[in-house]
Design a protein around this ligand. Structure first.
Ligand code: GAR
Length: 210
């Protein structure tokens, strides 16, 4: 039986599309695409794939915790076993994180722990980084601080400070790395080392079976 996955988006949703294209209906079933923004293109991508969608604007609730609780209820009602943050640009409440502890993954456009938070690519360019990359990690209660599942780096030199070219390169990596991490989780090949909770053991990961 395939893993039931809810995807949360805030904007374009190209990472959501990559998951829909490469995994949906096979290794996993995307059971819902949710957003904090009604105009997020990711919602349309979900609808086009015949997936349920829902919008949870923060302004529609008394506070962020109430919004997150409503979103968590919806995700649970779908029977989702994994929550994928695919360009979801808000910090989730500690209660939300605890409800899905160890079952939320995020894709971030930097080699964490460098350049956490918003505008990661711009932060890296401003810093003058010569190597950049993408991280897929479990989400904990901090900002982009959870245990790392997969990372991939690239040299910045050929792209210099051309932000559009760097963004394109980042997306190209993300669209492979995020579906790969989700497929590995669906296959039961990802677990946290019980003796060392920051360390994620990935069978068949880049370094082989470690
Ligand atoms: C992606 O590059 C993702 O890494 C980034 O937002 C973009 C969303 O693109 N996420 C973050 O910066 C989270 N801190 P998409 O909407 O086309 O998938």
């Amino acid at each position: 039986m395939s893993l039931r996955v809810a995807v949360l988006v805030s904007g374009e949703g190209s990472n959501c599309q990559a998951i829909l294209d490469s995994l949906h209906g096979r290794e996993i079933e995307v059971v819902g695409v949710g957003s904090n923004r009604a105009e997020a293109r990711g919602l349309e991508r979900g609808r086009s794939a015949g997936v349920q969608t829902a919008v949870f604007p923060a302004a529609g609730y008394p506070d962020r915790a109430a919004r997150d609780a409503a979103m968590a209820d919806w995700i649970e009602s779908l029977g989702a076993e994994l929550v994928v943050l695919a360009g979801f640009m808000e910090i989730l409440s500690p209660e939300f994180i605890r409800r899905f502890a160890g079952r939320i993954v995020n894709v971030h456009p930097s080699l964490l722990p460098a350049f956490a938070g918003i505008r990661a690519i711009e932060q890296a360019i401003d810093y003058g980084a010569k190597v950049m990359g993408v991280t897929v990690h479990f989400v904990d209660e901090g900002v982009d601080s959870g245990p790392i599942i997969l990372q991939e780096a690239f040299d910045v030199l050929p792209y210099s400070r051309d932000i559009a070219a760097i963004e394109e390169r980042v997306h190209e990596i993300e669209h492979r790395l995020l579906p790969r991490a989700v497929a590995l989780i669906a296959a039961g090949k990802v677990r946290i080392d019980p003796d060392s909770p920051r360390y994620v053991i990935v069978e068949g990961g880049r370094d082989g079976d470690d």
